[in-house]
Each structure stands twice: as structure tokens, then as C-alpha cells.
Design a protein around this ligand. Structure first.
Ligand code: PMV
Length: 326
């Protein structure tokens, strides 16, 4: 029996991915760009089982249902196929992220699993190639292979729809995360994307503007222009949610408390503090800011939220194997 253990950090998109060109291969409609976060991550342990055994999946110490395990098995099949093996695996994950609350737990989960499977099967793919595998678990996990600012290039095929590191984010940058609601989201990103692509008249505008935003944000990162970075980030998130609102049966992830956090950020900005919001497929609000000013923003948010709901994070690293005592 061979074992492997990997840690992957979650990432928050600044230029969002929303919509698939190929639903089976997880090829996106547009390229996206994210910041990997230090404080939110998944640790995954994989062991190869003896012939005849079945895959099993344990998440946060709970054995998962057959349906959940099937999703993991499908992902493991990609590695089994590449390595030419048929053995089953036991997958054990600990999420240091509120699961399915729009804090992108699937991003770190599949990236950590990809890292562990790469090791346990002896495939030794480089991180870029491995990101094309992580992508097949969940699109956003493509970007969690690397640390700092990461671009997921849409590519032209399954082989080149991959992540590339853009900048280590070793400058004054961070996020304040407001966990508005930690319960599982109501509309999965998969369904939300499909509904938006198929029915929203705003969707084509979203795709074409995401292309321009990507070029602009890479310039802002290169120049360490925080104001421009923040403005593009907030605009991208609002445009994505705008395209969802235009779907037939609108998709609304905003909750009253999301609006409360957004208003606070707006007010802080009017007072001269540079900070910008972004939101994903859930009600939680993430505030992009200078890490040196994160505490000030947190204190302001604590007027409406509890200590438990507000978390500060700096940029995080790419995936790495865990040592024996971790
Ligand atoms: O890959 P998924 O299913 O976790 O979808 C991610 C979608 C967003 O979080 C809304 C945007 C993004 O780029 O992460």
C-alpha cells in the first residue's frame, strides 16, 4: 500500500470564470485570474488499496455517500487511465474552508487530490500539466496548483486549458473574507453557469468584457497598481452577477448581509481607504485590500458581523506534499 498527502490552498478569482464551452472537459468560455489565499486550504491523504477493494472518500472525518464517492472515483479514473492501473484508493480530506459556502472549497479540494494522485501513481506530471487534471474536478481548482496571482488560460483543447503563475503577490495585498452564510449554497456553480449561458442575454457581453479585463488586470499586477487592480476586480464580479440576474429564472447569490458588507466597503472607500469587493457562487463577500489595511477593514466589518465571520488572509502558496508530522 502506497500513500501520499498534499496540501492545496483555495483561490479567489479576480477575473471570474463563469460558463463552460465544453461541459465534459471543463473548458471555460473565458480565461480567468485569481489570488491564492494562505488561510484557506485542504489537506488530502490518499492510499492505494489492495486489488478488489472499492474507492472510499472521507471528508472532514465523515464517510461520504455513494453518490459523493462516485464523483471522486470519476476524477480518480483520469489518473488510473494515465498510469495504466485499476486499483482503488482511499481518499481522506480535511477542509480548512467552510464547505460549499461560496468560499471555493472545491478549488483546494481537487488541487490537493490531484497532487496526491500524481504522487501515489508515480505519474510525476509537472504542475502545469497537473492543472489540466485538477480542472476536470472543478474549473476553479485549475488555478489552485500555484501560489500568488494565477491565470487559467482558456486554451484551445483539454491539453492546453491550464494554469500559469503570473506573479508571486509578494507585495502589500490581501483579502478580508466575510462568511455571510456558511451553509451549503442553493444553486451549484455548474447549474448556475449552464442557466446563465443558455438563457441570459447579458452573457455574450460578459464573455467579451472578461477578455479586456484580463489584459487590463495583468498590466495592473505588473505595475503593482492596487487601485486599478481593485477596480477591475470589483467590476468583473458585478458583471458576472449581472449576467446571472439576466438569466431566465434569475440566479441571485446576494443576501441582505452580502449587501451590508458591500455597503461597508463602499463607505470605507468614500473615506479614502482603498478596498474592493468580489463575490462568487454564494453570498459571502471577499474584500480585496492592502494586507497592511486589512485589520482596519475587519474592525469596521465587526460592527455588523461576528469575529467568527470575518477572516483576514494574505496570499498563499501552490500545492505541496505534507510532511509526516503535519
Ligand atoms: O469551478 P467551480 O465550480 O468552483 O466554479 C467557480 C465559479 C466562481 O467561483 C464563481 C468563479 C471563479 O472563477 O472561481
Amino acid at each position: 500500500m502506497k500513500n501520499a498527502a498534499f496540501r492545496a490552498h483555495t483561490n479567489i478569482a479576480l477575473i471570474k470564470y463563469w460558463g463552460k464551452e465544453d461541459e465534459t472537459l471543463f473548458i471555460p468560455m473565458n480565461s480567468s485570474l485569481s489570488l491564492t489565499l494562505n488561510e484557506l486550504y485542504t489537506d488530502t491523504f490518499v492510499s492505494r488499496l489492495d486489488e478488489g477493494a472499492k474507492d472510499s472518500f472521507i471528508l472532514n472525518n465523515h464517510e461520504q455517500s455513494e453518490e459523493e464517492t462516485k464523483k471522486i472515483s470519476k476524477f480518480l479514473d483520469l489518473f488510473r487511465k494515465e498510469a495504466g492501473i485499476s486499483s482503488a484508493f482511499r481518499v481522506e480530506s480535511i477542509n480548512h474552508v467552510p464547505t460549499a459556502a461560496g468560499l471555493a472549497s472545491s478549488a483546494s479540494a481537487f488541487a490537493a487530490l490531484a497532487g496526491a494522485m500524481n504522487q501515489v501513481t508515480g505519474l510525476q506530471m509537472d504542475p502545469q500539466k497537473l492543472s489540466t487534471y485538477a480542472r476536470r474536478g472543478s474549473g476553479s481548482s485549475t488555478r489552485s496548483l500555484f501560489g500568488g496571482f494565477v491565470e487559467w488560460q482558456k486554451g484551445t483543447s483539454s491539453e492546453d486549458s491550464m494554469a500559469i503563475p503570473i506573479d508571486p503577490a509578494d507585495w502589500d495585498i490581501g483579502m478580508v473574507i466575510v462568511a455571510v452564510n456558511k451553509t451549503a449554497k442553493k444553486i451549484s456553480s455548474r447549474l448556475g453557469m449552464k442557466q446563465t449561458v443558455e438563457t441570459s442575454p447579458f452573457y455574450p457581453a460578459w464573455v467579451s468584457s472578461a477578455k479586456d479585463d484580463l489584459i487590463a488586470i495583468k498590466e495592473a499586477i505588473h505595475e503593482h497598481d492596487f487601485k486599478r487592480l481593485g477596480e477591475i476586480t470589483e467590476h468583473s464580479a458585478m458583471k458576472m452577477h449581472g449576467s446571472m440576474l439576466g438569466a431566465k429564472r434569475p440566479i441571485i447569490y446576494f443576501e441582505p448581509d452580502s449587501m451590508k458588507a458591500i455597503q461597508t466597503v463602499k463607505k470605507l472607500r468614500e473615506e479614502g481607504l482603498l478596498c474592493y469587493v468580489t463575490m462568487d457562487a454564494g453570498p459571502n463577500v471577499k474584500v480585496l485590500c492592502r494586507l497592511s489595511e486589512a485589520e482596519k477593514i475587519k474592525q469596521k466589518l465587526l460592527e455588523d458581523f461576528t469575529e467568527e465571520q470575518v477572516l483576514i488572509s494574505g496570499p498563499g502558496p501552490g500545492i505541496r506534499p505534507l510532511t509526516d508530522n503535519e
